[in-house]
Design a protein around this ligand. Structure first.
Ligand code: GAL
Length: 696
């Protein structure tokens, strides 16, 4: 890669990064308008100018000479590029003014090169001395709007009942600028019914009857050439007539210098955006996500190649300039965490969203297969919902501090087709001993197209040295195409938590004994939302929703942890399993032990929608469980702080609640809610919400 970045480059890099933030502000607004990047903004500017017959460099070029050159010839004011160096303008992102119209006080927002206030009546800028601002009029009313932000938070409106002259009434601005071509962007965030606005710049109509819709941000850009040292702007609605419902509004104005796009300018941008070697993604010092860095790199190389050509058309330089700038602004830094941020995006150490939903965290001693190194790590398994419902498989992540996670890959892959099981090495080596019938079963249970794999939980078996993965294994059956018909518990094993786990089978589990009331006799032995728990004596249990989610069960596992202690037909109630809270409809169980007392946190059953938590306490796993109510404190909506339990784990003397805030519209974008649990002297647990917290 490139090396030896100059210090100038670094300083500029930072300046550009700061300004990139500023550009992003404008860009963000543009996005809402359906536009977006600067490149498309500029393209729009050209289109607009064409449509409304305003000034535009393309037209000037077509008619022979460069607009900038000719304006230079007849200028009465100094020309922009004589007043400022390209570097200066480039560092300011060419932004001369960024006016938050009607902002009564300083909002602290970004400002252009020539201004220090968000808005002001025409006069000298207190910081830059440049003459700019609006022409005050009695009919102008500055309005603050809670629904907008930054540039859309304030706007000018016409005061109610004001006398209105369709030609004269409007918003007038003047901006002191050197001679040159400028891109002017007008933003309208209109709380009223649809209406139109028109704009005049330098005595030319540059925008005509632009429709602005109710609470839709409309952004419109055009080019204008200034020769007299001042850019004059008027925004009004000549069609307003006597209809006050057609009064114009104005939210913001951006005035940007339009440079001449040349090989030289591109070279300067290349210098500015060069990234020093020590921030290139290479796992040790990685600072940008691989995807955004690759996109940038591609544009950088394309720009380098184009900058070698001296005689390409200006449009080509412009496009490449914009593309490089966009890619540079689009570089995404990888976040390093030093706290928990419940409900916020959580990315791994490569900058990708963590995909470990319905998961479980525990401390494991692991041997990295790549390095052969053995160490203790936090280990998080969960559902990969990249493709929506759990179709990709079960993921694992490792961490040293619980804040920053490293992706360890898919530890149990789903299967794309029956043929894949017979052909792909990953599967052929895993299932070498399986009969064709067994492979058919593997395909049915792990079919990426129809199987449901949820809430994976992993336990280590000291006796066998195997890691055992259980999960809610569901999907259609021979008699039902409902995706939750199988209602089974699946199990897979591996001698390392890194996988690949070998799927064994999925099972229906224990059933309601004849002397008790089965809440769902239609379908016996169901197992859906589940969890695992290993007691101090090494006995493992599976805790799961059965009887169509109406009753929770806890069933003992065998010594290998790979199946029930005894098959359902032989299971003895109270010894091998228990039923909990028949008819109470609880799921999402999370069982843990503290000071010899057992706790079971659960949710209600409302699909992806959150509901009120409830926890229970007992003296032993198969003992009497007592309902202790909702542990959440200050959870006014009774939704477990908009989450559903999945695991509670211990860190030192502390316990962490781990929940999922499901996003049913976009499951991969479901968020994680991790919160500290508090216990009083009597051992009652409580969970309070906090936006951010750290381990003690
Ligand atoms: C929830 C359950 C999730 C998932 C979801 C599907 O009740 O806890 O794991 O199965 O329903 O709607």
């Amino acid at each position: 890669m490139r090396s030896g970045k100059s210090t100038y480059g670094l300083a500029m890099l930072m300046a550009a990064a700061m300004l990139a933030g500023c550009a992003a502000g404008g860009g963000g607004a543009g996005n809402q308008a359906g536009g977006g990047t600067e490149a498309s903004g500029a393209a729009r500017a050209g289109d607009e100018a064409k449509a409304s017959g305003g000034d535009q460099p393309g037209g000037e070029e077509a008619s022979g000479g460069s607009g900038r050159e000719s304006s230079r010839g007849s200028e009465t004011a100094p020309y922009l590029w004589d007043v400022h160096t390209t570097q200066e303008l480039m560092a300011a992102d060419y932004l001369m003014y960024r006016v938050n119209c009607g902002a009564a006080e300083d909002t602290g927002g970004e400002t252009g090169l020539y201004q220090t206030a968000d808005d002001q009546p025409y006069g000298a800028d207190a910081g830059t001395g440049k003459q700019w601002g609006y022409r005050p009029a009695d009919y102008m009313e500055a309005v603050e709007d809670d629904t907008g932000e930054d540039l859309t938070r304030y706007r000018w409106e016409i005061a109610e009942g004001a006398e209105y002259d369709p030609e004269q009434t409007g918003f007038y601005y003047d901006f002191e600028v050197p001679g040159g071509t400028y891109e002017v962007t007008l933003g309208f965030y209109n709380p009223f019914s649809a209406r139109t606005v028109t704009a005049v710049a330098e005595d030319q109509t540059v925008m005509e009857d632009q429709k602005i819709l109710k609470y839709k941000l409309t952004e419109n850009a055009f080019y204008t050439t200034v020769t007299d040292g001042s850019l004059q702007l008027k925004v009004y609605n000549p069609d307003r007539g006597k209809d006050a419902m057609k009064d114009p509004v104005l939210s913001y104005i951006l005035v940007r210098a339009v440079p001449e796009y040349t090989a030289d300018l591109l070279k300067q941008l290349l210098e500015q955006t060069e990234i020093p070697e020590n921030v290139i993604p290479d796992r040790q010092t990685m600072r940008y996500t691989a995807g955004s860095y690759e996109a940038f790199s591609e544009q950088y190389q394309a720009a380098e190649a184009l900058a070698q050509k001296e005689d390409a058309p200006e449009e080509e330089y412009r496009k490449q300039y914009m593309a490089l700038k966009d890619a540079y602004d689009g570089l995404e830094e990888i976040k390093v965490y030093d706290s928990f941020l419940p409900g916020k995006k959580w990315t791994d150490d490569e900058g990708n969203l963590i995909q470990a939903h319905g998961g479980q965290v525990q401390r494991l001693t692991v041997t990295d297969p790549a390095t052969g190194q053995t160490s203790e790590k936090w280990w998080w398994v969960g559902e990969d919902k990249t493709n929506g419902s759990s179709r990709s498989g079960i993921c694992a992540y490792s961490s040293d501090d619980l804040y920053n996670w490293h992706y360890e890959g898919i530890v149990m892959r789903n299967v794309e087709s029956r043929a894949q099981l017979d052909e792909e090495e990953y599967f052929t080596s895993l299932y070498a001993d399986y009969t064709p019938e067994q492979k058919d079963n593997v395909f049915t249970c792990l079919d990426a197209g129809s199987a449901i794999i949820e809430r994976p939980k992993l336990i280590y078996n000291e006796k066998t040295g195997m890691y055992v993965l259980w999960f809610h294994a569901d999907g259609p059956t021979e008699t039902s195409d409902s995706s939750y018909a199988a209602a089974s518990a699946g199990v897979a094993v591996c001698d390392t938590p890194y996988g690949p786990f070998q799927f064994i089978d999925r099972y229906r589990l224990n059933t309601c004994p004849p002397d008790q009331e089965d809440k769902y006799p239609e379908s016996r032995g169901m197992a859906r939302d589940m969890n695992l728990f290993v007691d101090a004596d090494g006995t493992a249990y599976i805790i799961y929703s059965s009887e169509e989610n109406l009753t929770l069960y806890i069933s003992k596992l065998n010594d290998e942890y790979t199946y029930l202690a005894v098959p359902p037909e032989q299971a003895v109630y109270g010894r091998d399993y228990i039923r909990l809270f028949p008819g109470a409809q609880r799921e999402a169980p999370a069982l843990f032990v503290r000071d010899g007392g057992y706790y079971l946190m659960t949710s209600g059953c409302t699909g992806w929608a959150p509901n009120q938590a409830r926890y229970y306490r007992a003296d032993s796993v198969l003992g009497e469980w007592e309902n202790c109510g909702d542990p959440c404190v200050g959870d006014d909506n009774h939704t477990t702080f908009e989450s559903q339990s999945t695991c509670i784990f211990q860190v030192g003397d502390d316990y962490i609640y781990m929940g999922d805030r499901w996003n049913s519209e976009d499951l991969k974008n479901s968020r994680y809610i991790w919160l500290p649990i508090e216990f009083d002297e009597a051992g009652n647990m409580s969970i309070s919400y906090t936006d951010e917290w750290k381990l003690p």
